[in-house]
Design a protein around this ligand. Structure first.
Ligand code: NAD
Length: 374
């Protein structure tokens, strides 16, 4: 899963041919996503420094970098010297490309590094993003953007002040099956959207991990995987919610003393579309969305993995576009935005919008009341 606990879809990386085919499909299709032209950006590889060498960096991002056209691994930022040595040997990185969290200001002296990819626990994203921006680097920051609306704003401000781009690692914005669903809803191929149901959860393992500590995570499964279901609701509807209500429960009060174990929420959108979401760290088996229209439906199940996303439609057709490397596509797109001086489709403002809704969801859990977002 997100933390590598037991995710069944996390298998080998797709072929380069599949990646290019899927990227072309994604780029060609969609109204939700600004189309980009591969020819528009100068062909150069930007240097990426990975900040935080945990599970995601090790198993997904560093391998994905090898598949990109516009990016290369040019540095690492880590608090663990032994890890640094291992990465240096594996990726042939010179000593001057290795930094600790405390020496990030020195990134300013390294012209080989253009982008810092922040892959640390959620509650450290602002510190690391701001340090990278102050050192004159563009920032790609993992989701969720941070643990509060205020921190998200600070990150946006720091990158603006530095004149650098900030993108959030919303990999599914580059995934062709999600884009196809957005197209089907926007073009009303199966009718006019009425309801969305979406959920993502898994049984979390190690009770000592940072995901269970509110200070570092900002919350439970809602912050970690529920955000994918929230994203789906927002990009399928193409609207921002006007009100939310939510309930949370905790069965294991020792393991989940700091955060919710399971959470369910409802949202209303301005057009009248209603959405119902759920997320959990208590059990596996939820990884889906469905969108009902006035005369049909579409659904992805499984919906949010790195591979194997597929779905169905009420007209009997399947939704199964080619697997691709979502991280490679996300990084290549950001590099092209920087090279072509174009805004990213997943800016800090998009992370901020999610954080505002998540804050309202937690407020509703606390107060037991419907929270208006207008
Ligand atoms: P992880 O625990 O495997 O790695 C976190 C890294 O941060 C480790 O190298 C750790 O040493 C370092 N770190 C620095 N300071 C730390 C501190 N005070 N406490 C704990 N660790 C500290 O986590 P991960 O699964 O790699 O997740 C990192 C980020 O990536 C999170 O924001 C997570 O939400 C996000 N993520 C995104 C996806 C995705 O599909 N886009 C998937 C997994 C994780």
């Amino acid at each position: 899963m997100e933390n590598g606990d037991s995710f069944p879809l996390m298998n080998s990386l797709p072929s380069r041919r599949h990646f290019l085919k899927a990227s072309a499909l994604a780029a060609a299709a969609l109204p939700f996503i600004p189309k980009f032209s591969l020819a528009a950006a100068p062909k150069r590889k930007l240097g990426f420094a990975l900040c935080g060498l945990g599970n995601l960096s090790t198993n997904q991002i560093a391998p994905a970098l090898q598949e990109t056209e516009y990016c290369k691994l040019a540095g690492i930022i880590t608090g663990t010297p032994e890890k640094a040595r291992r990465w240096q040997a594996q990726y042939n990185l010179p000593d001057h490309s290795v930094y600790s969290y405390d020496t990030m200001s020195k990134l300013a002296d390294n012209p080989d590094i253009d982008v810092v990819y922040v892959v640390t626990p959620n509650g450290l994203h602002a510190d690391h993003t701001i340090a990278a921006a102050k050192a004159g680097k563009h920032v790609l920051c993992e989701k969720p953007m941070e643990v509060s609306v205020e921190k998200c704003r600070q990150m946006i401000d720091a990158c603006k002040t530095a004149g650098k781009q900030l993108a959030i690692g919303y990999r599914l914005h580059f995934e062709p099956n999600h884009q196809e669903c957005i197209r089907l809803v926007r073009e009303q191929v199966l009718g006019s959207l009425k309801f969305i149901e979406a959920g993502f959860g898994f049984a979390i393992g190690d009770p000592a991990q940072w995901r269970l500590k509110k200070e570092l995570s900002g919350g439970g499964p809602m912050m970690d995987v529920g955000i994918y279901a929230l994203q789906a609701m927002r990009y399928l509807s193409g609207e921002e919610p006007i009100s939310v209500s939510a309930l949370a429960t905790t069965n294991d009060k020792v393991k989940f003393r700091d955060i919710e174990e399971s959470l369910t929420w409802q949202m209303a959108f301005p057009s009248g579309v209603l959405a119902n979401g759920n997320t959990t760290y208590g059990f596996s088996g939820i990884n889906r969305f469905s969108a009902n229209t006035d005369r049909g439906w579409l659904a992805l199940n499984p919906a949010y993995g790195y591979h194997g996303i597929s779905g169905s439609r009420s007209d009997g057709k399947t939704i199964r576009l080619a697997d691709m490397n979502q991280f490679a596509a996300e990084m290549d797109d950001f590099a092209q935005c920087i090279l072509g001086n174009r805004p990213t489709r997943v800016p800090g403002e998009e992370g901020l919008r999610d954080m505002k809704v998540i804050s309202a969801i937690y407020e509703s859990v606390r107060t037991g009341k419907v929270v208006n977002l207008t």
